[in-house]
Design a binder for this molecule. Structure first.
Ligand code: ADP
Length: 188
């Protein structure tokens, strides 16, 4: 299996690039943010819970997120591999993912980290707010909180994969096509 963690701060382009990667490598795209938003739309219990955290720019608790992610993976027994987008976002999530994948005789192949500076992120998120309809994109305070949470809780996850020799940084600036090509090169 080819299991990729696509990593990077809010607005780095994980969703856009995931769409390109699943096509080329025939992978299943699991975006925890998208799954939470689908649950919010469907007004499920999980959606209501997730919304209370997401609207503030906080992380949904690990226990809830991990359980959800595992059940999503289990829905695809025939998968050739997965792109994990927006997961893991904490070291506890990374640990849980390793254990879970090991139980299925597979593992993370590589973490690809899209690197984009903060001022550019803020610009992109403000621009995305015009079309995304996402409440967490529309409020500069919530954007700042998401960037802060990323720096405090999520950035250390890169070290987790560095220790396993799986970390690969990719420049997230430039045209969408140019960035896709860098990701292809990193995988092949
Ligand atoms: P972005 O990367 O642009 O912040 P996402 O769609 O990945 O957007 O995530 C939106 C929100 O969903 C996060 O701010 C957080 O509240 C919640 N979320 C997504 N993934 C996770 C996760 N792995 N753990 C906890 N919360 C998450």
């Amino acid at each position: 299996m080819l299991n990729i963690v696509l990593f990077g701060p809010p607005g780095a382009g994980k969703g856009t690039q995931s769409e390109r990667l699943i096509e080329k490598y025939n992978l299943i795209h699991l975006s925890t943010g998208d799954i939470f938003r689908a649950n919010i739309k469907g007004a499920t219990e999980l959606g209501n819970l997730a919304k209370s955290f997401m609207d503030k720019g906080a992380l949904v608790p690990d226990e809830v997120t991990i359980k959800m992610l595992e059940s999503e993976v289990n829905k695809h027994p025939e998968a050739k591999g997965f792109i994990f987008d927006g997961f893991p976002r904490t070291e506890a999530q990374a640990d849980a993912l390793d254990t879970f994948l090991a139980g299925r005789d597979t593992s993370i192949t590589k973490m690809l980290a899209l690197e984009v500076e903060e001022s550019e992120l803020r610009d992109r998120l403000a621009k995305r707010a015009e079309t995304s309809g996402r409440p967490d994109d529309a409020n500069p305070e919530v954007i700042q909180k998401r960037i802060d949470v990323y720096n405090a809780e999520t950035a250390p996850v890169a070290d987790y994969y560095r220790r396993q020799d799986k970390f690969h940084a990719v420049n997230g600036l430039g045209s969408i096509d140019a960035i896709t090509q860098r990701l292809y090169n990193a995988i092949d």
